[in-house]
Design a protein around this ligand. Structure first.
Ligand code: 13P
Length: 251
C-alpha cells in the first residue's frame, strides 16, 4: 500500500515573523497517522523551519535546487548536498512556475532530479498542462512528455525513490480545481506510462494532485484510486487549513 502524502509549498511567502507563527500553528496540529507530511518553505527559512519543527513529524523540503549535487562555484544556487545538510528530505523539481517564469526545460530538470537523488533527497517531480494545452486536447501528451524525459534520461527505476505531483497549471492559485475524475484520469495515465516500463515502480510511486486543494475538496480528490495525496499551495499557509487537509488524507 502506498502511504498518502500531503505537502505544503509555501512558494515565495513569509518573513521570519510570519514563518515563526506558521511553525507555531503547525506544532499545535493534531496530525493523522499513516500520512507523510512535508512543508516546502523558501530557502531562506529552511533552517528556521527545520529547527522549529523538531520533534513534530513534519518533514521539510526545498522548492528548488541546483543542477549540481555538490557545493561549488555556482553563484546564487543551492546544491542538494547543502539542502541535506540543512535538514531537508525532499525537493520540488520542475514546478510550473519555474518552468514558465524561469524557463526551466526538461534537460535542466533531469539534472536537478538526478543531483537530488545522488544526495538522498527525494525529488517531487511536478508536471501538468496549461489551459491552452488542455483545451486543445494535449493534456496527456504534455504530461507524458514531461514524465518521459526523466524516464529516458534516468530510467524508470528513478521513480522508486521519487514522488510525482500532477498540477494542472490552470488550477494553480486560481480557485479552479480539477474535478476528482479529471485528476484521476491523468493520474491513471501517469501510472500506466510507468507501468509500461516497470509495474512494481508504477504501483509504489505516490502521485499527488496539486491545484487549489482545500480542506473542502480534499476528501473527494484523495478518495480517487490513483491520487495519493496533495501538493498544496495557498491553503498550506494557514496551519489549521493545512491540518484539515492532512486529516482528509488520513481518512
Ligand atoms: P494552490 O494550491 O495555491 O493552487 O497552488 C498549488 C501549487 O502550485 C502547489 O505547488
Amino acid at each position: 500500500m502506498r502511504r498518502t502524502m500531503v505537502a505544503g509549498n509555501w512558494k515565495m511567502h513569509g518573513t521570519r515573523a510570519s514563518v515563526a507563527e506558521l511553525i507555531n500553528g503547525l506544532r499545535h496540529l493534531a496530525l493523522p497517522g499513516g500520512v507523510d507530511i512535508a512543508v516546502f518553505p523558501p530557502c531562506l527559512h529552511i533552517t528556521q523551519v527545520v529547527d522549529g519543527l523538531k520533534g513534530k513529524s513534519i518533514q521539510v523540503g526545498a522548492q528548488n535546487s541546483a543542477v549540481e549535487a555538490m557545493q561549488g562555484a555556482l553563484t546564487g544556487e543551492i546544491s542538494s548536498s547543502q539542502l541535506v545538510d540543512a535538514g531537508c528530505s525532499y525537493v520540488l523539481v520542475g514546478h510550473s512556475e519555474r518552468r514558465q517564469m524561469m524557463g526551466e526545460r526538461d534537460g535542466t530538470l533531469n539534472r536537478k532530479f538526478a543531483a537530488a537523488q545522488a544526495c538522498g533527497l527525494i525529488p517531487v517531480l511536478c508536471i501538468g498542462e496549461t489551459l491552452e494545452q488542455r483545451e486543445s486536447g494535449k493534456t496527456l501528451e504534455v504530461v507524458s512528455r514531461q514524465l518521459g524525459s526523466i524516464i529516458e534520461e534516468l530510467g524508470v527505476g528513478a521513480f522508486a525513490k521519487a514522488v510525482i505531483a500532477y498540477e494542472p497549471v490552470w488550477a494553480i492559485g486560481t480557485g479552479l480545481t480539477a474535478t476528482p475524475q479529471q485528476a484521476q484520469d491523468v493520474h491513471a495515465a501517469i501510472r500506466a506510462q510507468l507501468a509500461a516500463e516497470n509495474s512494481e515502480v508504477a504501483q509504489g510511486v505516490r502521485l499527488l494532485y496539486g491545484g487549489s486543494v482545500k480542506a473542502a475538496n480534499a476528501v473527494e480528490l484523495f478518495g480517487m484510486p490513483d491520487i495519493d495525496g496533495g501538493l498544496i499551495g495557498g491553503a498550506s499557509l494557514n496551519a489549521d487549513e493545512f491540518g484539515a487537509i492532512c486529516r482528509a488524507a488520513g481518512n
